[in-house]
Every structure is written in C-alpha cells, then in structure tokens.
Design a protein around this ligand. Structure first.
Ligand SMILES: [Zn+2]
Length: 98
C-alpha cells in the first residue's frame, strides 16, 4: 500500500546507510532542517565532507551516486516542505552528483 508516508518510509534506509559510511564522522542531516549535524560544520547538508564521503562510497559509479541522492532528496522534500525558505533541493541534493 502506498500512502503519503510510503515514499519517505522506503527512503529511510539510505540515511542509515550514509550514517554507516567510513569517515562520515557525524556529518549527517539534522532533520527536519537538514543543516549538517556535525558540531563545527556550518554548511547545509550534504556539506562538502558528506559529499566527499558519499562520492567515495559510490566508487566512481555516478549512476549509483545519483540514485542514492535521489532517495535522499525524497526524504528531504518530505521534511523541508514544512520548513520555510528557498531550499533549492535539486541543486543541493542532485546537481553536484553529475
Ligand atoms: Zn558537515
């Protein structure tokens, strides 16, 4: 059954997988704002550190990287629809993977 929460629930494993990446060191999304949760990191997530770790995990497979970040985008949209501001989610979550 697909409901309004189905897509988000299905996308959760991607965040768990990112949380287990070697060297991610807490550079994970602080939901629902999607700031970086690492204490000294000023950047919105995915911050440069997170992008580097996620890219390394894709091992050169740009399609895999794009799929991963499309799943992340799905979760981010569900959260940020309730957070005021211009989040430019396509650029933030997907454009950098190309
Ligand atoms: Zn960070």
């Amino acid at each position: 059954m697909i409901d309004e929460h189905g897509a988000t629930a299905d996308a959760q494993p991607v965040l768990h997988a990112i949380g287990r990446l070697p060297g991610i060191d807490g550079h994970l999304p602080d939901r629902p704002t999607w700031a970086c949760a690492a204490p000294d990191c000023p950047d919105p997530w995915p911050c440069p550190h997170a992008r580097e770790r996620i890219t390394a995990a894709a091992n050169g497979d740009r399609v895999d990287l794009s799929i991963t970040m499309a799943q992340v985008l799905n979760v981010a949209v569900s959260d940020l629809v309730h957070v005021p501001g211009d989040h430019d989610l396509f650029r933030r979550m997907l454009a950098w993977t190309r």
